[in-house]
Design a protein around this ligand. Sequence first.
Ligand code: DP6
Length: 367
Amino acid sequence: MHYICRGMKENDFTGKLPNHELPGGSFNWKAPSNIALVKYWGKRPPQIPANPSVSFTLDHCATRTSLHFVPMESTSGEFHFTISLDGKSSDSFRPKIQTFLERIEPYLPFIRQYSYRIETSNSFPHSSGIASSASGMAALSLCFLSMERALFPAMDEDYFRKKASFLSRLGSGSASRSTEGPLMQWGYHTAIPGSSDLYAVNYPFPVHDIFKNFQDTILLVDKGKKQVSSTVGHELMHHHPFAENRFRQAAENLVKLEPVFREGNLEQFINIVESEALSLHAMMMTSSPYFMLMKPNTLEILNRIWAYRQDTGSPVCFTLDAGANVHLLYPGNIEEEVKKWIESELARFCEGGQYIHDRVGLGAQPF
Ligand code: DP6
């Protein structure tokens, strides 16, 4: 594992103005959410991660986005767009989309020449505490990139994939890992060929079949909006006393995962993944100001997972994103028994008894 490849540079993604325009039309993409195993927490402009990360792409939890576009007669200074979520006009996303359009314009310089209607819907409930920024930004990026491909049809598939992830990253860092699957790596690492801070790539080393059928049941402990956003959390890593060690730990965990993924070593997998989740939350608890996103029921569930694993030897484990919900990870061959246990023992710690069964998926698709 000593191979250095820096891959594509930022300039490689700079766009050209086309010599013709598209008539009105639309592009439609469905992009899944993802769950990080090694966590991205800390970044610098423009959306460059402080450490590399790796994630399972999910399957059912996804955003469907339709981008309708119409060429404009004259190009004014403003971007022209409307957004609807589940058929209802939604202005709360406007600032985020505005920033995103400003960030992607150097790479898609034609975008100001059209007006847009963005229609989006999530497969998971709005108030589930599941962030839709990864799936939402990946779906929207793919729609805009499809416009570019329609203008420049010679674009090859490899460039399309990398640029899809590159643009998604500019919307939300974790979105860079939602364009493909089942295992995506984002962030430069000397030991990972093709890895880049600019876009995610399919994990380049062999992956045991057991990980291709992994299940993720999302236990919805708290469906409300979290008190501290990821944006603020990333920011707090700038003056964090443990930041450098944390970034080093994440990079080391990626190296440790290489034989684990190859051999299907679940014991080591559990060790690394649970430690990553708790390290992420430890960073939150030791930030200044400090904060905590886990709730009493999060801890209740973690303790029950440990007890169940001890009693049954069943290779179930957890990870957490930046919230109170618990992602229960387990191989597909024990799905039936684990689902029974979730219903009988864990559901009562979920808000409204709700959880979502998901599994590892293959990435975004046009529809
Ligand atoms: C804890 O990707 O939501 O889920 O780049 O500011 O949009 P922005 O942050 P975001 O952060 C994700 C944090 C995480 C870990 C991860 O997904 O790797």
